[in-house]
Design a protein around this ligand. Structure first.
Ligand SMILES: Nc1ncnc2c1ncn2[C@@H]1O[C@H](COP(=O)(O)OP(=O)(O)OP(=O)(O)O)[C@@H](O)[C@H]1O
Length: 204
């Protein structure tokens, strides 16, 4: 499983300068990679491009040599740092989850999800509770690669490690690739085999 980005350059329509310029990455499922960089350097922007959420950019992104599909299920799943922004506020959590896949009860409890939460709306859960759902949604059996953008920031340190352990167990079982974006260097050094630094091309 190889996720490859070649000469990615990107400018937000409202911006004067490029946010990303000629970024090249080769990621595979043999190593857990950490993506680090200053705030504002463009990590989240790059994650959105790598997972197929940006239409217009220069360069290419391929998964095992093929372009990412434009429609349908996204094989590169992005766990977004603001789960509340990507969940339909009119759906109960059961529907939010089932839109992606039917999660077995043992996995629900491994991720610390209480059954009573399934009948609540997103706005009736805490940030950390929502993050667990967001993580679980990404673990659809069809997922090939996971990009976790600050995925556990709303959880306390112990829960963060528990959730990451559970995710990484599934990632290994299913031979998925995993890219972790974090400002927490201890976490990156504990979990990742290697790290990539994204330079802020507009920084001082
Ligand atoms: N939709 C947008 N339109 C214009 N500029 C944007 C947009 N989204 C982000 N930006 C800008 O692009 C830059 C990169 O943002 P991005 O979120 O990718 O950085 P980041 O490295 O993930 O930052 P952080 O570590 O703080 O989360 C920032 O200066 C941000 O203000």
């Amino acid at each position: 499983m190889e996720l490859k980005a070649t000469n990615i350059s990107f400018k937000y329509p409202s911006a004067k300068k490029y946010q990303l310029k000629d970024v090249n990455l080769e990621l595979d499922n043999k190593k857990i990679i950490g993506l680090i960089g200053d705030s504002g350097s463009g990590k989240s922007t790059l994650c959105k491009i790598l997972s197929g959420y940006v239409d217009k950019y220069e360069g290419s992104v391929t998964l095992d040599g093929q372009p990412l599909p434009k429609k349908g299920f996204k094989p590169v799943q992005l766990i977004y740092q603001h789960p509340e922004k990507v969940m339909n506020p009119k759906w109960k959590m059961k529907q939010v989850l089932e839109e992606s896949w039917e999660v077995p009860d043992d996995i629900l409890s491994e991720f610390g999800i209480q059954k009573s939460w399934l009948t609540r709306f997103p706005q009736e859960l805490s940030g950390g509770e929502l993050q667990r759902f967001s993580v679980l949604r990404s673990l659809n059996p069809k997922t090939k690669f996971i990009i976790a953008d600050e995925m556990t920031t709303m959880l306390d340190a112990i829960t963060q490690v528990q959730i990451l352990d559970s995710v990484l167990k599934i990632v290994k079982e299913r031979n998925m690739g995993f890219l972790l974006v974090s400002h927490d260097m201890d976490l990156i050094n504990t979990i990742c085999d290697d790290k990539i630094y994204l330079k802020d091309i507009n920084g001082a």
